[in-house]
Design a binder for this molecule. Structure first.
Ligand code: SAH
Length: 685
């Protein structure tokens, strides 16, 4: 069987569908999966075990046999817990074949083959009866089908079906119930991920303001969840406007309805402000008494208990359709609507008539199309006035009154900045082959006659597109929506190469070069997602460890993976080092660019991996970093660009650097293949 995998091609800037063997897909899924993270989640595991023991005891006390249905068994962990707790039989259902195979091995290795039957099916395909997958209905339902939004992985339809067809009425469920909590906040930082703020430009003839189109202002955005490590959000970056309130509950021991519905709560702001964001998280009670509770509450909502780090369950940021000024003590209604898989929020002022009619309707749909073009970090980046200032300063240095400017970047404000910074008769061209609807933006700023959008790919650019002029200034941020890893934005270099024949002989390219930087780090927590687990609550899960290792090594050279490091604290163990440079004033060379060298480990710590990022030299003394902003203190704590993902290469084994008198060195070999636009790397510790 062949599988098609979507991959961004950094040499063309577009998505390509590559045919891969079915193994490829599996390996990708396993290598990048959250299974290791779940197995490292001690708090979760301990509480599931307690809840399962309690449920088995309750059934046994009633004199019944304990028959367990574990939906989404993964490694088989929860079934093994049930079998150890004295369950008579477990049906362990797992839809993902490689995991079902692994579960069979793990169950066997731990000696539970006679108590646990692994069924490689989606739970809705499972049959019950003498010839069925299950001999009889179960009286204990165990699952772990939750994502950060609780219901995003399809827990509700799965439960709905299980109660109808697979479990007895009045069954015990672990977890017993889930509760979703919300808190209303004002946060310029988070709001900047969803709305474009006016951009100030100090031009020679006074200050100009770039305004977002009204369509954008009133747009409800996209329904996809914004899940983040809220514990990394400093309290100075938001103001809580309400207490934490319970939004809705789901009792998993009773029939569950997955059909769309709304929940409404009354709120009284504890402070006046601008209601913009609903922060949300959930907890699960493993037993009916609520004594075994596993919570995703962030630091300020649960200050007494030690926080368990986990990446498979985080917290949600929901954007209200528009910001609403609210007064302390005023009566407000917050409505959560959900369909089978997602949740969205609306805020209403109580004005006598309690009108719920207009809060129904479907999930938010982006009308302005900006939310389809820009993801949340990209909005944040465009709203970063400091960053904009660096581009303004650089553009001011290179633009002349007769400049003919071509911009190559997706959904960029650079053409508008360039327009305001140049003389009026100057013509600008933008090459947006993916973002034509961006014209909306130019219209709102009355620039539709000043900035021309060229509907062509760079290699198809014709002199007529440019009114037979040569380009004197070529600009890019660079930013492309298809980029996953930092160096994928080097597509700018390929596009620059493709338009070479249209460039004036004395063309200025901004940025005129890019450089790849690297640093060895110790992660506070992120290491867990790729680290072997060994045993989990006494069960041997090394089969899973081996499977992840094999998948990571599936391709000869391991790949770096993108992570937004502002969410994942780490400390630097080496100095940051520039490893490769890319000269945009020249075309992409035919040959590969490679480098080798070594870095000294300067601080004590565990080397979990290398972080790589790009820096762009805009002008002689102005560069922007998409990675490290600064190393903030003696301990080596790092501050990362909050709008970008950095590349993380996890080392296959960790080394502890102990003494600093004889520093350990890490050697590296890095190769940029100009044919594919990919970077391969190898490290030796
Ligand atoms: N129970 C394991 C793994 C949880 S991850 C643990 O707690 O460690 C969730 C697993 O459920 C995934 O492996 C996914 O493939 C599987 N899954 C999700 N919905 C399912 C369904 N309806 N039927 C069968 N498997 C499902």
């Amino acid at each position: 069987m062949k599988t098609f995998c979507g991959r961004a091609n950094p040499t063309t800037g577009s998505m390509e569908w590559l045919e891969e063997g079915e193994d490829y897909d599996y390996h990708q899924e396993i290598a990048r999966s959250r299974y290791a993270d779940m197995l490292h989640d001690k708090d979760r595991n301990v509480k599931y075990y307690q809840g399962i023991r309690a449920a088995v005891s309750r059934v046994k006390e009633r004199g019944e046999k304990a028959i367990v249905l574990d939906i989404g068994t993964g490694t088989g962990l929860l079934s093994m817990m049930a079998a150890s707790a004295g369950a008579d039989f477990c049906y362990a259902v797992e839809v993902f074949k490689p995991m079902a195979n692994a579960a069979v091995k793990i169950v066997e290795k731990n000696g539970f083959s006679d108590k646990i039957k692994v069924i490689n099916k989606h739970s809705t395909e499972v049959t019950v009866g003498p010839d069925g997958d299950m001999q009889c209905r179960a009286n204990i339902l165990v699952t772990e089908l939750f994502d950060t939004e609780l219901i995003g992985e399809g827990a509700l339809p799965t439960y709905e079906h299980a109660h109808k067809y697979l479990v007895e009425e009045g069954c015990e469920a672990v977890p017993h119930r889930a509760t979703v909590y919300v808190q209303l906040v004002e946060s310029k930082r988070m709001w900047s991920w969803n709305k474009l703020f006016p951009v100030r430009v100090e031009a020679e003839d006074g200050e100009k303001i770039i305004v977002p189109p009204s369509e954008m202002e009133n747009c409800p955005g996209v329904p996809s969840v914004c899940d983040i490590q809220l514990n990394q959000m400093p309290s100075s970056d938001f103001t809580t406007l309400s207490d934490v309130v319970t939004m809705f509950r789901v009792d998993f021991s009773k029939p569950v309805r997955s059909a769309s519905t709304c929940y409404r709560v009354q709120l009284e702001p504890v402070k006046s402000g601008k209601a913009q964001i609903v922060l949300s998280w959930w907890d699960i009670d493993m037993d009916p008494s609520g004594m075994i509770n596993c919570t995703m509450a962030p630091y300020w909502a649960k200050p007494t208990s030690a926080l368990q780090w986990r990446d498979h369950w985080m917290q949600c940021v929901y954007f209200l359709p528009s910001e609403e000024p609210v007064l302390q003590g005023e009566k407000l209604f917050l409505t959560a609507c959900r369909d089978e898989y997602s949740v969205w929020y609306k805020l209403q002022k109580a004005r006598g008539e309690e009108n719920t009619a207009d809060v129904r309707g479907g999930s938010p749909v982006c009308r302005c199309r900006a939310h389809l073009l820009w993801n949340r970090p990209r909005f944040g980046e465009l709203n970063d006035q400091n960053r904009t200032c660096q581009y303004i300063q650089s553009l001011s240095k290179v633009l002349k009154t007769d400049s003919v400017c071509l911009c190559i970047s997706d959904g960029s404000l650079l053409p508008v900045l360039a327009h305001y910074l140049g003389a009026k008769q100057v013509q600008y061209f933008v090459l947006f082959f993916r973002s034509l609807h961006f014209s909306l933006f130019f219209k709102a700023n009355h620039l539709e006659d000043k900035i021309k959008i060229i509907e062509a790919r760079p290699e198809l650019l014709k002199p007529s597109h440019l009114e037979d002029k040569k380009i004197s200034v070529l600009v890019g941020e660079p930013f492309f929506t298809t980029s996953l890893l930092p160096w994928h934005n080097l597509y700018f270099w390929y596009a620059r190469t493709a338009v070479s024949s249209h460039l004036a002989s004395n063309v200025t390219v901004l940025p005129h070069s890019a450089s790849l930087h690297m640093m060895i780090v110790e992660f506070q927590d992120l290491w867990r997602i790729r680290s072997p687990c060994g045993t989990c609550e006494g069960f041997d899960v090394r089969t899973m460890d081996d499977m992840i290792k094999d998948s990571l090594n599936f391709r000869e050279s391991k790949e770096a993976e993108p992570h937004p490091l502002w969410e994942y604290p780490c400390k630097s163990l080496s100095d940051p080092q520039e490893v490769l440079t890319f000269d945009f004033t020249k075309t992409v060379p035919q040959h590969c660019l490679s480098t080798e060298g070594s870095v000294n480990l300067l601080r004590k710590g565990r080397s979990h991996g290398a972080v790589l990022w790009m820096e762009y030299l805009l002008a002689a003394d102005i560069s922007v970093s998409t990675g490290l902003m600064q190393i903030s203190n003696e301990k080596g704590n790092c501050e990362w660009n909050p709008h970008c993902k950095q590349a993380v290469y996890f080392f296959s084994s960790v080394i502890e650097s102990e003494t600093l008198s004889d520093p350990t060195a890490v050697t590296y070999a890095i190769n940029f293949d100009t044919k594919t636009g990919e970077i391969a790397m190898d490290f030796k510790l």
